[in-house]
Design a binder for this molecule. Structure first.
Ligand code: FPP
Length: 251
């Protein structure tokens, strides 16, 4: 069922002609959602995957070109081993289960993050999903997995420095644009809107470079309760903001 069948007045909740191009979501609160219900943390993450399914479909129905979700940060390795391996399994399951539907909806899957430390089965599932969906021309779903913003910036700078030292890139060509291309090989644009669920007010190393002019929307709703209505509310809040990018509002 499409978003417009589920919520027939979606077009009244948001202005469909002024949607963000790139939405980022920090999917937080799975653990607290689970704890309040006496469930395991992993069951909270499982409920989170269901929401991910719905929000990706809604993004595609709205024809928003880019969606980035924070699924596993470089800091998440500090969690108990059982939870870490559970999250790895969930990514494999998600990709296996959803790939056909994502492709049927013309969605392309890409990943941000370091491959280091990720096991071969997870990497294989990621590569299969990226390859199979590469020809798709609809919404790009970027899954940030083993991602840390500072590390990504430092790694891109080091790669570029190595290219300059080897002569592959002449020093005179080291422009901000070249750096951005090195940082974002998938060509994703800067964020317009970043949503964080669960009542936490921080970005937690989520794309610090690309979020420079993003509008931030924080909601107390835990991620497993973040449904399409909440998504439309966050987009409506984004649409109330005056974006000046350091300039002044038009007269
Ligand atoms: C934060 O909630 C959430 C995460 C660290 C993982 C996000 C993962 C999902 C939504 C599901 C997994 C999706 C895939 C595709 C692997 P938390 O555990 O920090 O919640 P808490 O702050 O309430 O403890």
């Amino acid at each position: 069922m499409s978003l417009f069948e589920k919520i027939p007045h979606a077009g009244e909740m948001v202005d469909l002609s002024r949607l963000p191009d790139h939405v980022g979501i920090i999917m937080d609160g799975n653990g607290r959602w689970a704890k309040e219900r006496g469930y395991s943390r992993l069951r909270g993450h499982r409920a989170g995957v269901e929401r991910l399914h719905d929000i990706v479909a809604a993004t595609s129905d709205l024809k928003i070109p880019y969606l980035t979700v924070y699924a596993f940060s470089t800091e998440n390795w500090k969690r108990p081993q059982e939870e870490v391996s559970g999250l790895m399994r969930l990514l494999i399951e998600y990709l296996h289960r959803e790939l056909a539907e994502l492709c049927a909806n013309n969605i392309r899957i890409v990943f941000s993050g370091e491959e280091e430390h990720i096991g071969p089965r997870v990497r294989e599932a990621m590569a299969t999903a990226a390859q199979a969906s590469a020809p798709n021309t609809g919404t790009v779903l970027n899954i940030a997995f083993n991602y840390g913003g500072r590390q990504a910036i430092a790694a891109a700078a080091l790669r570029l420095a190595a290219k300059a030292v080897s002569g592959e890139v002449p020093a005179a060509d080291l422009t901000p644009e070249l750096f951005e291309a090195e940082l974002n090989p998938n060509g994703l644009p800067d964020f317009d809107l970043i949503i964080r669920t669960s009542g936490e007010y921080r970005l937690s190393n989520f794309f610090p470079f690309e979020s420079a002019y993003a509008e931030l929307v924080f909601t107390p709703v835990y991620w497993p309760d973040f449904d399409e209505r909440e998504y439309l509310k966050a987009i409506a809040e984004f649409q109330t903001r005056s974006r000046r990018f350091g300039g002044v509002a038009p007269a």
